[in-house]
Write a protein that binds this ligand. Sequence first.
Ligand code: KIV
Length: 272
Amino acid sequence: MSTYTEDNRKVTTHRLIEMKQRGEKISMLTAYDYSMASIIDQAGMDVILVGDSASNVMVGNITTLPMTLDQMIYHGQSVVHGVKRALVVIDMPFGTVSGNPLNSLEYAIRMMKETGADALKIEGGEEIIADIKKIIDAGIPVMGHLGLMPQSINKYGTYNVRAKGEEEAAKLIKDALLLQEIGCFGMVLEKIPAALTKEVTSKVSIPTIGIGAGPHADGQVLVMHDMLGINKNFSPKFLRRYADLHTAITEAVQGYIKDVKSADFPNENESY
Ligand code: KIV
């Protein structure tokens, strides 16, 4: 099967910026393991995110907060082994970037050294800007993440749309400009009004990647389990499902159970 793109060059942070400049949309999807990462890479994805949503879809936690540095490193290593072309970005987990730049840099270096990922993603703006700058100054590319920041769910209390009011929208724009100023190569904008995404995207020269943020971002990201329909219980308005793997997997597993129970499997051709 051919890939969406014929361009097999490795995607770099610089190429993402060039894509924004020529108006080419950026595709981004999460992955957490070798096998899925290699399928997604070969399909032609531009960016693969080892998201801390692994906490929800791989571990079964309710929030992303319990994810540890060691768990993220394990997922990061697995994904990197499967990827040749896409840019691999990995989330810094909750508590590793929280206002102590030297500690944050130490964790960031561990993530880069032990996973082989190309870049890090960090949730937050002005409050942790010194931490992000320290990491970038050490030569590590960083993608920001503004709007709904799931690591702050206990502060917000809900997963509702963020920055609908003037004050929060103004802070988001200020944070976006700050992230650009200190050298971030891009930023995720999560669950904010489409008009605000449009404004931010026109104000910054680095790519914005939206999730639940409307059509005006420079690219889009989704959680792999949601868009493949593995996860049936999560149906926000912004989600488009491209498959129903929950049904497909259930039917395949039930077919196998039936064949084992009826002694139809294995047959002579499947035996030594
Ligand atoms: O962890 C994650 O999967 C993310 C995306 C939702 C952007 O941060």
